[in-house]
Ligand binder design. Structure first.
Ligand code: NAD
Length: 356
């Protein structure tokens, strides 16, 4: 695949501005691998973060994504009380047509070359099988299949954490954490979204789903009785909770001018297109935004547990605490008249500072 817009200069300035320690650019002619591994901050421990494979339209777009995602991982680990730093990797290419075993193994070699400073895991466009190929080349990988002694797919635990964050937001907004009868739009019914649909429909919510993958939509709709909504009109519909579970930046000026919900709580990373502008806009509109890096930390908690001998029950127990942390942050933001994103960031940054 031809990737346009070569990255031009100023990469180190960008790293300095965002606080990154190291970036590894990886290519391999034989397998066609084009990847970037970004290590943001290792104060609390090794940088752990998933690998995303995406058909980026430019290298600059891929770089921007990996820089933002790895920084987010630092704060996610910090606020979740884990002794981990933040890192992330992106592989440029179409996961459906360009991903091969050889490419994943080559990527594993690059991960290994960092000697444990970066530990990888699954993200969009990856599955546990891919992690097996990576595992053949490096031990610095989590989220490997349970049959290989790993923690398996982290998505159900992520979804459980998002569900906890959603319930805490409901408690803050409506005085009760019951989601019964609430209208919830789940955008993206992939690994996490589908599990979130399961939790919310089981609680009796009226769940709407949207996705670009029509066959997945139909399958999830059939399984859980969720109503399918297509197209851009999703941002104009009447709902109580908007749950972005596809890609980032869907909370932006355009959507905020249209959204008619009370709560935004979902799994996607970097939901706010601009962390400052849109967190403020959310606050001004009186919406409750459950910070993404806080409520989607279940998967990270799960893979972290793999490093120290996996225990599913313990992972779920720790993920359940997302409820209390979310409530604490919403109350802090309210009391100090700051955005919920800022409140979460302050707590995460404080933990890193305390460690120095
Ligand atoms: P996934 O690839 O399994 O699912 C994503 C879904 O979103 C797919 O079904 C895809 O078709 C759909 N999608 C893509 N673009 C869309 C669009 N424009 N509109 C509607 N749907 C669209 O990914 P996942 O593992 O379920 O993760 C979902 C999100 O949560 C991602 O942003 C990911 O980074 C984040 N996240 C995942 C985990 C995890 O444990 N898997 C942990 C933390 C955060």
């Amino acid at each position: 695949m031809e990737v346009k817009n070569k990255i031009s200069g100023a990469v180190i300035s960008k790293m300095e501005m965002m606080g990154h320690e190291q970036i590894l650019f990886c290519t391999d002619e034989e397998t066609g691998l084009k990847a970037i591994i970004a290590i943001h901050d290792t104060t609390l421990g090794p940088a752990l973060g998933g690998t995303r494979m995406w058909d980026y339209t430019s290298e600059a777009e891929a770089l921007q994504d990996v820089l933002r995602l790895s920084r987010g991982m630092t704060f996610k680990a910090a606020i979740s009380g884990l002794n981990l730093g933040g890192g992330k990797a992106v592989i440029i290419g179409d996961a459906n047509t360009e991903k091969t075993e050889a490419l994943m193994r080559k990527f594993g070699e690059y991960v290994d070359s960092l000697g444990g400073k970066y530990i990888t895991a699954e993200d969009v466009g990856m599955n546990t099988k891919d992690m097996e190929y990576v595992r053949e080349m490096t031990k610095h990988v989590t989220g490997i299949p349970e049959s290989m002694g790993g923690s398996g797919d982290p998505s159900p635990v992520t979804a459980y954490g998002v569900y906890m964050g959603m319930k805490a937001s409901a408690k803050f907004k409506w005085g009760s954490d019951s989601l019964k009868g609430k209208k919830i739009l789940v955008q993206g019914v992939g690994n996490v979204g589908e599990n979130l649909v399961k939790h919310t429909t089981e609680e009796g919510s009226k769940v709407y789903i949207t996705d670009i993958n029509v066959s997945k939509l139909e399958k999830v709709s059939e399984m859980y009785g969720a109503e399918i909504i297509m197209g851009d009109s999703i941002y104009d519909m009447d709902m109580d909770i908007y749950a972005p579970c596809a890609l980032g930046a869907t909370v932006n000026t355009n959507t905020l001018n249209r959204l008619k919900c009370d709560i935004i709580a979902g799994a996607a990373n970097n939901q706010l297109e601009d962390e400052l502008v849109h967190a403020e806009m959310v606050k001004e509109k009186g919406l409750i935004y459950a910070p993404d890096f806080l409520i989607n930390a279940g998967g990270l908690i799960n893979v972290y547990s793999e490093i120290n001998g996996y225990n599913r029950e313990k992972s779920l127990e720790q993920t359940k605490k997302i409820y209390n942390t979310t409530l604490e942050i919403l109350l802090k933001a309210d009391a100090e008249d700051i955005t919920t994103h800022e409140a979460a960031l302050i707590i995460a940054q404080q933990r890193i500072q305390d460690h120095k």
